[in-house]
Design a protein around this ligand. Sequence first.
Ligand SMILES: Nc1ncnc2c1ncn2[C@@H]1O[C@H](COP(=O)(O)OP(=O)(O)OP(=O)(O)O)[C@@H](O)[C@H]1O
Ligand SMILES: Cc1ncc(C[n+]2csc(CCOP(=O)(O)O)c2C)c(N)n1
Ligand SMILES: [Mg+2]
Ligand SMILES: [Mg+2]
Ligand SMILES: [Mg+2]
Length: 335
Amino acid sequence: MMQDEFSMIRSLLRLRGSVDHQEQVEVDAGDDAAVVKHSSGTSVVLTCDTMVETVHFLPDTMTPFDIGYKCMVSNISDIAAMGGIPAHAIVSLAVPRTWSQPSVEEIYQGILAAGKPFSIHLAGGDTVAAPRHLVLSITLMGEVETGKALLRSSARPGDILFITGEIGASAGGLHLQMHRQDLRKQPYAASLIKAHRRPWPRVEAGRYLLRSGTRPACNDISDGLAGEAQEIADASGVRLVVDLDKIPVGKDLLAYGKETGCDIREWVLHGGEDFELLGSVSQTDWEKLRKESVEQGIPLFEIGRVEQGTPGVDCIHKGKRRTWTRTGYNHFADR
Ligand SMILES: Nc1ncnc2c1ncn2[C@@H]1O[C@H](COP(=O)(O)OP(=O)(O)OP(=O)(O)O)[C@@H](O)[C@H]1O
Ligand SMILES: Cc1ncc(C[n+]2csc(CCOP(=O)(O)O)c2C)c(N)n1
Ligand SMILES: [Mg+2]
Ligand SMILES: [Mg+2]
Ligand SMILES: [Mg+2]
């Protein structure tokens, strides 16, 4: 039995417990809109990402908690990619009849859990009926020092290209859940499934990059490495060269690929939903960044370089250089 719209909203808001970022909250959820103060010297960072049943998840690939969690992470990740600090979120929920009240509350628990490490204040939202599939959309507001945001357009010829962690595991976890449930209990399975359902947004790395004063180019990898690299190339007017052998890949993904004979390179380059950051800085700054990042426990892996040339991305594998023609995940690719 589902509560009426207004009881549902009250139940969902009660799940928040205490209000995060209280010092900034002038008017909380409950009025026509929330009102938040923001500090001088900082600018507002705004982003929005949506998840749709059948497009971003299926009952077999994500629990309701995971759906809320991952939708929040995909938003936090965009703030991280700008070097910002996430602060206030607005949640829009379109719920079909087939979803029960406890399942919707579970989505909320996931949203709140993902926001908790960053003290994100859930400032309100909207709740409507949906004809068939669930749609969850989150708008996230954050702060960044004025004039300091990390941009896709900052890559320069001579830069070193880097990434903040292993990639491909999310797509591997999706594949395993959709096609190889028989391997679910294998030792490598849990970490791949976790990578797909509960990614971690790189806020610390984004803040570290911003504070370093090196002004790196930056983009988060939601649509796959190849596509996100292309976005940096286009925005900066440069050519990116990615060394395939340098891309960090986890041992569990390697084990899954070995067992199934699947081409894990496809997932590493085009899988997406890994939410690592892809960036570039000058060679001199790279030496400094790499040294300090080790001391601070923030992983940074060199994966290539930036060159002058027609905007685009090349890859080098076993000494051979080729151009990547495929772009990132495209929602309308089959239309
Ligand atoms: N419907 C829309 N109206 C206005 N701007 C949009 C719309 N959709 C996307 N944009 C803008 O286009 C840019 C690229 O959006 P996109 O969603 O591709 O980025 P992303 O969130 O980094 O990627 P992903 O959605 O894969 O996480 C962003 O600046 C975004 O605000
Ligand atoms: C059931 C199911 N099928 C396919 C996928 C893969 N997938 C969906 S959207 C997307 C790119 C990022 O989306 P967006 O651009 O909206 O942020 C990817 C890689 C999935 N997660 N679940
Ligand atoms: Mg988006
Ligand atoms: Mg995004
Ligand atoms: Mg992004």
